[in-house]
Design a protein around this ligand. Structure first.
Ligand code: UDP
Ligand code: MG
Length: 319
């Protein structure tokens, strides 16, 4: 028997989750009640436009385990998770989606693994993508292949943000206060020993996905830019290759002129070369621009999120 019950914090980012949230709350509470732990919910209302906030408020009035933070507008899931990490007090902390795609039933097993003492976090990974569109799965797979090839943070295909972590790991995440956040990269970058728990994909219980294809695409690009300088190296590589080719061509043209005179020909090929080089230059400028844009946002040091309402006492924690 443990002496003092340990505290588990469940961080739940919610954006327009009025249908799914009550179901999640019921299920998660049921599972937590069977575990020999104290628990708190840190529910983050990410500027929802529906009744999510009202539901949170009601839940917090009838159940003292429910803490909520409500943002002044929609800041995105990354910001919501960060706010959760800053305010969670647990010895163990988990992030869970409100739509039941992260099954609460896995929690007891995850806790058991951590209590074994060998691991610092238990992460979950979908082994199937059942119920997801083919196109989306294809691009998701490509993204994981590319980012693992070119970045120094290890990112597992199918990894979800759902993981249970020890306090030390949470403190490390909170210390990474960068503005452009990509949690899967951050989890990988900080290290620690992680146990991977595979599970079958579960479809969302209610409501609709908050990610458009375009939104996911931009998130993927920003993930790559945040955790890799490889695109910059490619840009430099283009530059060097082009310079060498140009030099060889110059020598060729001079030699030809000296040996055979200068017949006027090759207008079409000249145009091709000009357009090709112009294209590559623009591409490289664009890549550079991405990094400069990120740097610009980082240097502003804007807060990741703005809290409008919360029932968590001020100064209880940093953040
Ligand atoms: N979410 C959020 N802010 C956003 C978008 C999503 O807090 O701007 C939350 C959402 O409420 C859910 C989780 O992030 O709890 C995952 O979103 P969703 O289920 O829509 O993504 P999917 O599972 O389809 O990738
Ligand atoms: Mg979901």
């Amino acid at each position: 028997m443990r002496k003092k019950k340990e505290l588990i914090s469940l961080i739940v980012p919610c954006y327009n989750e009025q249908e799914a949230l009550p179901i999640f709350y019921e299920e998660a509470s049921k599972v937590l009640a069977t575990m020999n732990v104290d628990y708190e919910f840190v529910m983050v209302d990410d500027g929802s436009k529906d009744d999510t906030f009202r539901i949170l408020k009601q839940l917090s009035e009838k159940d003292e385990h429910v803490r909520y933070i409500s943002f002044s507008r929609n800041f995105g899931k990354e910001a919501a998770m960060y706010a959760g990490f800053c305010h969670a007090k647990g010895d163990y902390v988990a992030v869970m989606d409100a739509d039941m795609q992260d099954p609460p039933a896995l929690l007891p097993q995850m806790l058991e693994i951590l209590e074994g003492g060998e691991y610092d976090s238990v992460a979950t990974r979908r082994v199937t993508r059942k119920g997801e569109s083919k196109v989306r799965s294809f691009f998701a797979r490509m993204f994981y292949k590319i980012i693992n090839m070119i970045s120094d943070a290890e990112i597992v295909d199918g990894a979800r943000d759902f993981r249970l972590m020890r306090r030390e790991m949470v403190d490390a995440i909170v210390s990474m206060s960068e503005y452009n956040r990509f949690s899967k990269g951050i989890f990988g970058w900080i290290g620690f020993r992680t146990y991977w728990l595979p599970f079958e994909n579960v479809e969302r219980v209610a409501g609709t996905t908050k990610w458009s294809f375009w939104g996911l695409f931009r998130y993927a690009i920003s993930g790559i830019i945040n955790f890799s300088e490889f695109p910059l190296e490619v840009a430099s590589g283009f530059g060097i290759t082009m310079t060498i080719i140009a030099f060889v061509m110059l020598v060729f043209i001079i030699v030809r002129k000296l040996l055979f005179g200068d017949p006027v020909a090759g207008w079409a090929s000249t145009m091709c070369v000009i357009i090709f080089i112009g294209g590559i230059q623009l591409l490289c400028l664009g890549i550079m621009g991405q990094y400069i844009g990120k740097t610009y946002m980082e240097t502003k040091k804007r807060p990741q999120y703005i809290v409008a309402r919360t029932n968590i006492e001020k100064n209880a924690n940093k953040g």
